[in-house]
Ligand binder design. Sequence first.
Ligand code: ZN
Length: 318
Amino acid sequence: MNDFDWLPLQEADAPKTLGFVHGTHDRAAHLRYHPDQIAEFQAGNSARFLTFCGESAVLARQGETLEAWFRAGDVPARFDPADAVFLGFCDQQPAFAVALDASLEESLKADAALSVVGVRQAALERQVSAEVLGAMAQGKAMTAWHLRHRFCANCGSPTVSAQGGWRRDCKACEAQHFPRTDPVVIMLIVHEDRCVLGRQQRFVPNVYSTLAGFVEPGETIEAAVRRETFEEAGIRTGRVRLVANQPWPFPMSLMIGAFAEATSFDITIDTDELEDCRWFSRDEVLSMIEKRHPAGLMIPPRMAIANHLIRLFAGLKD
Ligand SMILES: [Zn+2]
């Protein structure tokens, strides 16, 4: 017997409600080495486009429903075809992401045929299918990367998009720049029948969540879990088990979900990070999930991996 017996034997299948994890389309990465072929796909009739503006996705209103994909001629503002990012094939059709000039956001919002919505909100409200949300995570992260990497980090000269948007090249010093993904550990600290949850000041009132932090260079995921837990809550941890992960395109993170077993139990809060942090019994957690906690405490929404981790601890499988 050990404290991890309540975990599933295999990595849990991510529930459909978990946002950004169901982008199972074919990325067709081999085509990135054939720019002519990508250009041909992009100009063809079957090409379709996810459209972003600033931090928002632009969706088309179709009666009561929202459509994330646009045909080239229907994209609601001009864009440079050379800046489109090749996402791969979604439902066998070549798919791209484009970023419209952020200054257009207000006029796009005023267009009754469109819905301009934050990508996080689209996930929260499940405005598009789980599969489209997966492609949206890819498109949102990639278009944001292009906007922030227009100049060479090595020499400061302008860079241009290459390989279907998966590289930026500096013509001056010939440096090649690739999109990165920032790993973040997000962990539920457990001991027997209780777990640690904390809240940051910026959280929605009454919401308590798992601890989290960026993995640093030269650090393993497990070491990052132990370091962040000690920094934020003063708790030492032993065994760490990875159970799920989630792309988080704000701007381009990968949330690595873990359980960690506490080996010390007194909490010392890092007040720069957290305004509260404490132990919760499994029963109390269950009352938060079921929205019947006497003080109105809650956990994050279903689209967030923290929710998934907390539900697993509470014994809920989906
Ligand atoms: Zn350069």
